[in-house]
Design a protein around this ligand. Structure first.
Ligand SMILES: [Zn+2]
Length: 162
């Protein structure tokens, strides 16, 4: 497997725009997210992964770092209903204001997969949902759709249509 050893330039430029410094811990965190885009860890899991690489970072410092990375659009933060914890994923490459963010989360391994295909169909569905809300007088701006299930990696014997 090819390893990305430096964070992608779009992550770095968002970091710079937000005035955040690229510390060794920040570098390591961004590199891990860039290496496996389906990785959707909690704070504690990021801490563990850093420790496995021999990077010592204060728990509170890491919590603050992840929140700031989410705040400046490098990462996205999602609630994990079952565990009542936040999970972090790399932010979508080009977030759209009125589109629909569709992701699939495996309930077994908690990896997240973006559905970038299906854009026309999801856009039509998003438009219909936004229009329905507009008809009720609400001002919805975007649809964040999360689909849950078991990924191919966790359920290799699964048959389509099962
Ligand atoms: Zn899985």
């Amino acid at each position: 497997m090819a390893q990305t050893l430096t964070p992608p330039t779009d992550m770095l430029s968002r970091l710079r725009e937000a005035g955040l410094r690229l510390t060794p811990a920040t570098h390591a965190v961004l590199t891990m997210f860039a290496t496996d885009p389906t990785w959707a860890p909690t704070h504690a899991e990021v801490l563990e992964a850093l420790q496995r690489q021999g990077i010592t970072v204060n728990r509170v410092t890491l919590y603050r770092l992840l929140d700031r990375l989410a705040g400046c659009g490098v990462l996205e933060r999602h609630t994990d209903g079952a565990e009542r914890a936040w999970r972090f994923t790399p932010a979508a490459p080009s977030p759209t204001d009125h589109g629909m963010a569709t992701r699939f989360e495996c309930d077994a391994c908690h990896r997240q997969f973006r559905l970038s295909q299906a854009t026309e169909a999801t856009q039509a569905a998003a438009d219909a949902l936004l229009q329905a809300l507009a008809d009720m007088g609400h001002k919805a701006q975007r649809v964040d759709l999360a689909i849950h299930g078991t990924c191919a990696g966790c359920d290799p014997g699964a048959h389509v249509g099962e």
